[in-house]
Design a protein around this ligand. Sequence first.
Ligand SMILES: [Zn+2]
Length: 73
Amino acid sequence: MKEKNSNNIIHEWNIIDTPSREEIIKEEYNHCSLCGEELMFTHNTDFRFLKVEEEAECMSCGVRHKKDHHILQ
Ligand SMILES: [Zn+2]
């Protein structure tokens, strides 16, 4: 009986799915830092300077988040 209880505990631990570091970072990146709503991304490509400006806008509170600038190869 005692052995069965410990088996149940081990089984419970296996069910718990902890998010990876990458998943947490991605989650923070895709969501508004103010209200936590999902962000809408827009990419403005500037061909004169060969760069892409990534902008994220929150549909809920209207906050704009400037994201990374990518240099085109
Ligand atoms: Zn927001």
